[in-house]
Ligand binder design. Structure first.
Ligand code: NAD
Ligand code: UDP
Length: 335
């Protein structure tokens, strides 16, 4: 297949590009580099040993998106492009609604015009209403608590409506849990701008000496060690999930939500301990207040993806931390 990856220069997109190229598919990346760098394309090509053409375009630019579709015969699209910082979405809701919603609508219109109706969408565990019992199941009630999460709930609904209106569409709504880690080569990984919001990139930067101390947001939750529990999944497992989802939707029509997680939760303290083993030294920590809006425990019921896609995460927390640390050391040394 010839597959368009919107946001393909970003964290999850770059790893998925490698997996798709290595499995023999052709890949075109479309990115505006608002949260990534063009140099990642060279590293994708070096790892995969194949070329990965890139279109420097913004999804909000209707003419540019149409032009990209005019020049490439795509068979399917994986739509990663979007803004993703929860806190920023509270401060700048209109940027999030404009970029994520209008970007998706422009993309979907261009796809329809060009007869491309197979789509994988990057959704999130954040679409689940906070009062659902864990583990979250695909049938659980939806409802997010911040503008970022609401864009994901709304886009899922828009795509379901598109499938209902035109039975030729086939859409996978992949609800990612907490992707971490990096490609084992250490050549691509997560490269957030500024001070990271998420736990793993923050811990990596403390280990690299770029930040002084890890702040643990609360140790008084009703969890075994009192710290928050999440379902961390290796980004390479997640990337491989996209290949399985593409194969799945080729054979079916409709909208299909899937959790992509491991089905297992780790606490903040367990993650820090695993990272300490990876980097070989103790890391400074400080217990802070709970972060507003955080839930005590979030993890996936991973049964549906296993049964339908044949998906199961293979890499454990040790490997996630080892790969994240290898990437951090390379990124730090200017690679
Ligand atoms: P990322 O920021 O690394 O990648 C997103 C890419 O999209 C970036 O390269 C950015 O430059 C590009 N982009 C943004 N707006 C664009 C636009 N209008 N036009 C063209 N390109 C645009 O993020 P990521 O972690 O790789 O996440 C990918 C997707 O997965 C996002 O939709 C995100 O919401 C979703 N997701 C991520 C996580 C996570 O923890 N990383 C969890 C759940 C869901
Ligand atoms: N967390 C923390 N310190 C940080 C960042 C996160 O203690 O600097 C905790 C957070 O409270 C949550 C877990 O780590 O329990 C994962 O947070 P992250 O922001 O990575 O993911 P999300 O909250 O989106 O699941």
């Amino acid at each position: 297949m010839n597959i368009l990856l919107t946001g393909g220069a970003g964290f999850i997109g770059s790893h998925t590009a490698v997996v798709l190229l290595e499995s023999g598919h052709d890949v075109v990346v479309l990115d505006n580099f608002s949260n990534s760098k063009p140099s990642v394309l060279d590293r994708i090509e070096a790892i995969a040993g194949r070329s990965c053409p890139c279109e420097n375009a913004d999804l909000l630019d209707e003419a540019a998106v149409r032009d990209v579709f005019d020049r490439h015969g795509f068979d399917a699209v994986v739509h990663f492009a979007g803004l993703k910082a929860v806190g920023e979405s509270v401060e700048k809701p209109l940027s999030y609604y404009a970029n994520n919603l209008i970007g998706t609508i422009r993309l979907t219109e261009a796809m329809a015009e060009h007869g491309v109706k197979d789509l994988i969408f990057s959704s999130s565990a954040t679409v689940y209403r906070a009062d659902n019992p864990v583990p979250y199941h695909e049938d659980d009630a939806l409802g997010a608590t911040n503008p970022y999460g609401r864009t994901k709930v709304m886009i899922e609904q828009i795509l379901r409506d598109v499938c209902a209106a035109d039975p030729q569409w086939s859409v996978a709504l992949l609800r990612y849990f907490n992707p971490i880690g990096a490609h084992p080569s250490g050549r691509i990984g997560e490269d957030p701008n500024g001070i990271p919001n998420n736990l793993l990139p923050y811990v990596s930067k403390v280990a690299a000496g770029e930040l002084p101390v890890i702040h643990i947001f609360g140790d008084d939750y009703g969890t075994p060690d009192g710290t928050g529990v999440r379902d961390y999944i290796h980004v390479m497992d997640l990337a491989e999930g996209h290949l399985l989802a593409l194969e799945y939707i080729r054979e079916r029509k409709g909208a299909f939500p899937f959790n992509l997680g491991t089905g297992k939760g780790y606490s903040v303290k367990e993650v820090i301990a695993a990272f300490e083993r990876a980097c070989g030294r103790p890391l400074p920590v400080e217990i802070d207040a709970r972060r507003a809006g955080d839930l005590p425990i979030v993890y996936a019921n991973a049964d549906l993806a296993r049964a339908e896609l044949g998906f199961s995460a293979k890499r454990d927390l040790t490997e996630m931390c080892a790969d994240a640390w290898r990437w951090q050391q390379r990124a730090w040394s200017g690679q």
